[in-house]
Structure formats: C-alpha cells, structure tokens
Write a protein that binds this ligand. Sequence first.
Ligand SMILES: [Zn+2]
Length: 886
Amino acid sequence: MHFTLKSVAILALSGFSVGAVAATAIIRPAPTQLPRSVRPSHYDVSITPDAATAKFKAKVAIDVDVLIPTSSITLNAADLTFQHVRLVALESKARQLTATVGTDPNAQTATFKFAHPIAKGRYTLTLDYSGVIGTQAAGLFALDYDTPTGQKRALFTQFENSDARRMIPSWDEPNYKATFSLEATVPSAEMAVSNMPVTTRTDMHNGYSVVKFAESPKMSTYLLFFSSGDFERATASMDGTELGVITKRGDLSQAAFVLDQSKAILHEYNDYFGIRYPLPKLDNIAAPGRSQFFEAMENWGAIFSFEYGLLQDPSISTQHDKQEAFLVVAHEMAHQWFGDLVTMQWWDEIWLNEGFATWMESRMSERLHPEWNTALNAVPHTQHAMQVDALKTTHPVVQHIRTVEQANQAFDAITYAKGEAVIRMLENYVGADTWRDGVRAYMKEHQYGNTVSSDFWRQIDKAAGKPVSAIAHDFTLQPGVPMIEVSDVACHDGKASVTLTQSEFSKDQADKKPLTWRVPVVAQVVGSNEQTRVLVTDGQAKLTLSGCGTVLVNVGQKGYYRTLYTKDDIATISANFAKLEPIDQLGLLSDSVALGMAGLQPLSDYLNLAQATPTDADPQVWEQIAHAFGEIHDEYKGEPERRTAFDAFAIARLASIMTQVGWSAKDGELATIANLRETLIETLSQLGDAATVAEARRRYGARDNDLSATSTALRRVVMNVVARHADPAAWDRLHAEAQTEKSPLVKAQMYELLASAEDTELVTRALMLALTSEPGATTSGAMMTAAAKEYPDLTFDFAILHIDQVNKLIDNTSSSRFFPRLASGSMDPDMVTKINVYAIGHLQHSARGDADKVIAGIQNRVKRRAESLSAIDAWLAHMHRGMQQS
Ligand SMILES: [Zn+2]
C-alpha cells in the first residue's frame, strides 16, 4: 500500500506504541488466529453484486486439505450470511456432509460444525452466502461520482490487511496462499476487472453478463481484486506483458503519463529482480474518492489507486502531482515482487513489503528521472521516521502483531520510512550490486512463498561475504535513533583525527540509558575528496581523515542516525555552509532543527544555518527552510505578538527567494523550482504575508479574463491561499464553485479547501457541511483532516460530538487512528485527557497505538515549547540588535 509523505513534518512530535524488544532473531512458526487443522489450496468464487441495493450474493467452492482430523472448520468471515454449507471428499464425491454455522463477529470468523469428525484428506467446502457492499474502502465497496449524464456508481475491492473476509469466507491471513478463479455477473454495459485477464464473457440477455477471469497464481487473500463500472482502458506492452490503465469513462487521456512510465518501470524491475513479472497483464485502476487509510494498493496484476494520486488532470495537476503519481506507480509495481511474489509470513514483518517498496520507489525516481533530483528526498523521508522513532511510544521495525487492529496500525512511518532508511544505509554499506545480487537470490528462493526478515538477511550476508545481518538486527529489532557525537577534532601532520561516540537521540526520555547499535558512518574533511568509512561498534570509534579542516559526519546522508557537533565545530560548519553538497546542507539543517527542538543543541544553530544558506542554494534546501519556518509559526499559536515578530523575519527571508523564483514558470526551468514555487507561496500565505495574499486574490479574481493569471501549475495553490484567508463572501463563492465543479477530483479538493479557512466560523461551517451528503461519501473525512491542521482542538471536539455520524464517513480500517490524529497538532494539556477518554470508551487496549502516539507527541510539545520559543525570541532580538549596530 502507499501512503504519501506529502506533508512531511519537520518538527513532527509524534510517537508510537511500545513493542516487544528482542535483540536476536527468533525462529517461530507463522502466527495465525485460525486453527491449523485445515489449509485451503484453491478458491472458486462466483459473485453477483447488486450495486443499487448495495448487497451481493455469492458462492465459493474451496479446495482444502484437512491436516488433522476435526469435526469443525473455522475460517474468516465478516458481515456475511450463510445460506448453504456442504463438504465433499475429493475421493468419494458421493458422501456429502452438511454443517451447522456459527459466526463470531468479534473474531471475524465462521465455524462450520459437522455431525461426525472429518478424516484427513482433500475436500471441497462449498458455501452459498450473501454480504454487503460498503460506502468506504474496505471489502467490496461502491464509489459514486457525478458525470455530465448523471450520477454513476462503480464497485471496487480493498482487502489489505484483513478485509477479504468481507467478500469471501476465507483463510484471510498472508501465510495461507492459494489460487483463485473468479467469476462475476455484472451489467453488460460495464467493464469488469480482476487480477487476471478475462477468459470468457457471456451475455445473459437480461442486461447482465457473466465474466470469467483466468486462474490466479498462488497468492495471499489480501491481494485479490475485483471491480466493475463504466470504465475505459488503454494498453501498452513491455517484455511480453500487457500493461493497462483503467479510468472512469472520459478520463483515459489523464492516465497517459502513468501508462508511459509503467513501461519503463516494468522493464527496470524485470532486470533488477532477476525474475520476470509473472502475470500476463498488469493494470493500474484509478478510482474517484479517497480513503483515510491508504492511497493505492498493490493487488497482483490489478493495482488500485485513488485518482487524485494517479491521474494528471490538465486543469489542475502540477509538477509535484506528476512526481507523486510516478512514486505511487513505482511503489505498487515494486510490490508485485516485494509482497505479491514473495510475501511476509505475518504482519510482524510488513516492513518486508512496505520498507522495500518505499525504498524502491525512491530508487526508481532517481534512476528514471534524474532531472527531478529526488535523491535529496531521502533526507526528509529519514527525518520523518526519526521524529516518530525518538519518542518513548516508538516500536521496532519488526514488531509483535496479534490483532487485526494492530496490523492496521503497523502501516506507519516506522514501517515505511525507517524501513526505507535502514535499507538505504545497508545498501550503501555493502554496495548496490552486492545488494541487488542478494535481492535476486532471495526472490528466486522464495517465489510464491512466505518469508521472515532473516530469510532476506541470509542472502545479503552470503552476497556480501560479511555479516550485515548483525547491523540489520540492531536497526530492525531495536526501536530508536542512534546519535553520533563528534568530538576531539584535531590536526596532526596534515590529517584530521576525530572521536565518534554513540548515544541515543530521544526527545522525551532525557535519562534513558542509550541502546547500542553497530552504526556504519561515513566522514570527510570538507574540501577533501576522500571519504572514510567506519563501523562504530560498542559505542565508540576514533578515526583519521585525509586533510585538515571542517569535519563532516554522515556525508551523503545515508546513515540512520543524528549527528551532534560541538559548539565550535558547528560554528566552523556554518562558516563553510555554502561549500557543502546540497544533500549535506539539507541533512545539517534537519539535524540541527530536530536537536534544537529537543534541547540537545542551541536552536540558534539552526537559525544561523538558515541565515548562512545562500540565496542560490538548491531549491530543496529552501523548501526545508520554508517548511521549518511554517512549523515554527505553528508553534507560536496563541502568542500573537511573539508570532508576529517571527513571521516578519521569516517572510523577509522567504520573500527574497520568492522574488527570485517568481510567480510564473520560466521556459526550461528545473522541476525543483516549480515545486519550490508552490511551497513558498503556501508558506508565505501561512505566515500571513500580505503581498502573497494580495497577488493570489488578484490572480483568482482575474482568472476568467486572463488565462495566465492561474495557469494549471498555479490554480490549486492560488485557490489554497484564497481559501485560507477567505472572508464569508469569498468562502460562499468557493462553495458555489465547489457545488458546480464537474470533475470529481477537483470537486473533492475544493471541499477540502473550504475546511482550511483560518476563520473559526468558516471552519465550523465546513465541518457542518462535512456531516451532510453534499461533499460525497469519501470527502468528508478529508475535510475534517484539513480543518484539524489549523484547528486540532476544535475539530477533535466536533468529531467526538458527532462520533456516530463521523464513523460512517471513514473506513473502519482507519477508525482507531482517525480521531486521535485530528488532535495531533494540539498544544493543550487537557487534550491528553480527552484522547484518553475517547480511547477508553471506544478502543480495545490493543488498538490504542495511535492514541498513545498522539498523546506522547502533545506531551512532548507542551513540555518543550516554552524553551524553544524563548530561544527563537532571543535569537531574533540578538539579530535585530546586530542589524541596528551595523
Ligand atoms: Zn506499499
């Protein structure tokens, strides 16, 4: 699955639930919540959905092996009603057994009890049943959308992690791999899509057709897919595979970019993995609407995406949207191997899917689009993980998972972003070719099977000829972030000597005894072209570097650790800041703001570095500064005078860069400049810069007469500014525009904008609107999330007050995280109590992970905030005095 890091929080103060810490790899049988007596090998599914009534009828014949004699069979089922059950032995078909059915809604299981014990052997279990079609993305669900000829409804499925059981009674755990044959009865005018190509389509002459799909390869239940609707499809071919894009009718041209890119991506993956993509076709399906849980899903051969993340709408899509779409497709296509061909044994090891697909999406974007310069994105990704990983509520990458709720919660920054960062560090440690050889051997050994992490490390150890797994265990079985302290920098005979001491970066456990990691470190004297590599073991290392001068640690920023310099060293680095590579500038800025906010380094160091950043620095370096300024602005909430002083400084600094970048794109400008323009306009708007607000309003007002006023690239960002600073009249105009907007994608974005106003009354109006059917069933949750950015307390209180209505507007996979996350920006100590009351009243203990993480973030912010803001005030005062004197 894909979640986006679009709004990476530089100062994000959140954490996660405590997991069991094991310092050594443990070998154990695959966990299961089902009895081990019976195993499925094949499912024959026939389904007849009735979109109009949101119900379906179905029949499944499951080939099973009874491994231990038993008088009952238990499998997963949720919200299904059984009409008929029979079991037939494969050898003696004459003997047919019937059973009584019991269901357990809490365990999401159905148990079929037989009058007599069933002997070991092969059987077919046939079930006639019915179920419901949901309005949110879990199980089989419907999405409604407007078209010029009226409203339409399309059906889709979303099964990860544990919702196949809502459509098919099944052994719905990743380790029970089986083959699937699917048949569906759909309106004859509609296109039906599944993992495999259609083999036959029979018109029943009653308005419906029966569509049969080819048998799937052996795979996990969560990867099955089915969809039906008024779609269009375009295809291309690469290495013998048919690549497809599927959209709702009329949008096909918006998928041209994705179809084109998927060719190059498939070709790269066929080479990298050493095993060709094994299915005859691979579709990317774009659906209207959204989920609070995910953006895209890697169903084998039938990747599902919400269209906001995939389609390039010529009226509104930006450079940033294009890059995002590429990342989504590259991520989901990487899963066709990491996840689909080789699957983790149990949700404990979900990082084997998500960490690897996230690392691969970055790798592909660097490789196929060097002009986007996305190598620098590694820094914000790693920062995102370290912020979460430095709170006491964090957990190891490989964590103990017992329940479905815990599995839902495992799709988090540690699994994705820390997973990616650890892979990048270890790949850099062993070398890219060696790493690829290990990946190939792992794929070959485990194709169509299930694995644990040690299966992977065994192949990397073998390829590298050295024990990488020991380092890997330190970083994946222990939680937390190492910190490398740099000291005793000296110069002898033209060589620099330096001492590195490993401690731990923690934001909320000052007295914690640091854990120990083996940390691969790369260091260099600035200006020298020789890097020195060392593995810091047992907490300390001394090293000698070629040349004397400013010593830089974590050169290239591939390490998963923070670097803490002495006061003198950081001053030298500041003085030489312009000479550093952009990626190291980015790493230093990010480390120093995080260390500053945690009270481990003076926050003035960050502000000095931001001052030392040359105006012609890499655009992504300026994006970091803009984001950090935006978050500092947020920290000043409730302190209007002090905030105004900071804003004035930040606006002056960013406005000079904005003048350079300009509002209009120049011919042939870098992709990174286009992205920086968007970020600067957003941040200057957030800081309340009058000039930016006035220019955005002017352009918005002129849009009908002057097409250049809001070019495609500017349309959304201009609307963002207008919406943020809207008065009631402007808000009403935007609302009227949202109501008449024809594109479902743009329409959903406009409703979100209505919720992003700074005016409290307008936000409240937007929240009331979110409870109605007007915005569309899947837009309301996104509106609340948008409102919570500026008003976490108000939005949380509103959502809790209307909890029953809100629960119907979000997918059940998200419910345990949706409410706490609304409050994550709060600075009110009372919010901790409110979240606790919510958690105790509505969540099982095992589902509290996200609530605890948000609580830890708020507690840390409340504790640290006064000191951080005083440090910034003092720096600003000092700078003003300096300016007056000079
Ligand atoms: Zn994924």
